[in-house]
Design a protein around this ligand. Structure first.
Ligand SMILES: [Zn+2]
Ligand SMILES: [Zn+2]
Length: 523
């Protein structure tokens, strides 16, 4: 068995894994890097490759956004996904096409694909159900799918064949949320290799119920003082959670009733969630099957036109739940521009904020002196007087949960992906002793090969250490500045690399340093 990371190993974004198993070739996920100049996984690796099947873990853009380009190369390959993911892919890819068309018109940016190609993706979709199954295109392979938590329809995928046993966690969360249950145990147990996401491998999440209550009370306080409260939220998953958190707090009398406005892509995702009650938490499923409207009511209204948007801000104070979550686009930017200068208003973030995102810059302004609190959005700069806050409602497992997953699944080897270098390094340290831990890079190939004397082992090609052309040390003993130069010269982008004393010495002092280190027994 071989697995190649075409993307999504070195960081978050463009997840794509090419797998050769039991004489078949398959792809798990094909995502994009959202709002990055280098958007795509290494699709060139698929040239000349015929894919027997494509499996999809869930409908976030970093896992499905490049699928239309894969289908363009492999028009007859079936795509397997859970029924809820199938419906959500239609919503998300449709939105991606609209956003790209708008950028093409506004900024002359070249769109990656169009509606016709998305329609071809949707025609190739086949249902992947939870549990063990065989697929007609993958004889000799048992495909396991297990609920992954995270968002509705998300699955962990397991593959089991004569030549290898593999688990791909996908994006995973063990903590139950209001919309969905937590992850189930992935299968098969004791795989040769587990590919594990590491987004929050370095963190412990705060208590969920406490964080939800804090958010609800903070929103109610803003509305009581007469301000509008904007909650920018990821359209798929987070926004539905926020609606249900506020709705439940009102129902339970924790906060007084107030109106809510739901805007952007959030609206159609809410519709898709309500159409697949089987993918939702049991109490929410029952509510929907009994005819309840899960995400809308007389006081929770969708905003469906620019005029309605104006009316929301002209009307009484309310909570506005709108995509995008990091203020990178969508109606949340429109609202933020208009309420930021109102000292009674508030903007509360509900999830991950990229270092470069406008939402992060706004959050950082909270520490700036009042006169210097100015934000640039959409080429405009304006003063910020509103309250700004952030609440942690993560849909990814934290370091404890990820460790518990490894302990329970007992893989021989774990490869950490989908996380920044700090998160992967911290998680690697936590997993020490539970499994062999690999920190692969994009482009690398992992091989599961028979081990001498029985069993199998996972081989990662050795990282070629590119020694600097000239010794970094220039004949001097190393000092702090010298060590930094050495680190800069040797870094390979993983953030985690193991070098022998001989390699370090060669980089610092050239061949003489290497032989000196060799004499001291450093390898
Ligand atoms: Zn995801
Ligand atoms: Zn992801």
């Amino acid at each position: 068995m071989q697995l190649q990371f075409l993307g999504g190993a070195s960081g978050v974004g463009a997840t794509c894994q090419l797998i050769h198993l039991a004489g078949r070739t398959l792809l798990v996920d094909a995502g994009v890097r959202v709002d990055a100049p280098d958007r795509l996984p290494d699709l060139a690796a698929l040239d000349g490759v015929t894919l027997d099947a494509i499996l999809v873990t869930h409908a976030h853009a970093d896992h499905i956004g490049a699928l239309p380009l894969v289908v363009a190369r492999n028009p007859a390959t079936p795509i397997y996904a859970s029924p809820a993911t199938t419906r959500l892919m239609e919503v998300m890819l449709g939105d991606a096409v609209r956003v790209m068309a708008k950028r093409a018109a506004d900024e002359l940016e070249l769109p990656l694909y169009d509606e016709a190609l998305v329609a071809r993706v949707l025609r190739q979709l086949r249902p992947l159900r939870e549990g063990a199954q065989t697929l007609p295109e993958l004889p000799g392979i048992v495909v396991h799918a297990a609920r992954a938590g995270h968002i509705a329809g998300a699955l962990s995928i397991g593959l089991e064949a004569e030549d290898g046993r593999l688990v791909i966690s996908g994006d995973v969360s063990a903590t139950p949320q209001r919309t969905i249950l937590g992850a189930a145990m992935p299968a098969p147990r004791r795989p040769d290799l587990m590919i594990l996401e590491s987004t929050y491998g370095a963190r412990m999440h705060p208590n969920r119920a406490l964080e939800e209550r804090k958010l609800a009370e903070a929103v109610a306080t803003v509305i009581a003082r007469g301000g509008h409260c904007l909650i920018p939220a990821f359209a798929l998953g987070r926004a539905q959670e926020v609606i249900l958190i506020l709705r439940a707090a009102q129902r339970d009398g924790i906060i007084p009733p107030f109106p809510m406005a739901v805007d952007g892509l959030v609206r159609s995702v809410c519709g898709a969630y309500a159409a697949f009650p089987d993918a939702l938490a049991p109490s929410l499923r029952r509510y929907i099957l009994n005819g309840g409207r899960a995400f809308f009511s007389s006081s929770i209204q969708p905003v469906d036109s620019p005029q309605a948007r104006e009316r929301v801000l002209a009307g009484p104070p309310c909570a506005i739940i709108s995509s995008s979550g990091m203020l990178t686009g969508g109606p949340s930017v429109w609202y933020a521009e208009r309420i930021a200068s109102d000292a009674n208003a508030a903007i509360f973030f509900s999830g991950y904020l990229d270092e470069e995102a406008p939402g992060r810059r706004l959050l950082d302004l909270a520490d700036a002196p009042p006169g210097e609190r100015r934000l640039r959005l959409n080429e405009k700069e304006f003063p910020v007087a509103c309250e700004v806050g952030r609440y942690s409602l993560s849909a990814h497992a934290d370091g404890d949960e990820l460790t518990a997953m490894v302990r329970a699944n007992q893989p021989r080897t774990v490869a950490l992906v989908h996380g920044d270098p700090e998160a992967r390094a911290a998680l690697a340290a936590r997993l020490h002793g539970l499994a062999e831990v690999l920190i692969p890079r994009d482009g690398q190939v992992l091989t599961v090969a028979p081990r001498k004397g029985g069993g199998r082992r996972v081989e990662l090609p050795p990282t070629p250490t590119v020694a600097p052309l000239a010794p970094v040390g220039k004949g001097e003993p190393p000092d702090a500045a010298g060590l930094e130069r050495l680190w800069q010269a040797l870094r390979d982008g993983t953030g985690v690399q193991t070098l022998s004393l001989r390699e370090l010495a060669r980089a610092w002092a050239g061949a003489a340093g290497a032989s000196e280190a060799g004499r001291r027994g450093g390898e």
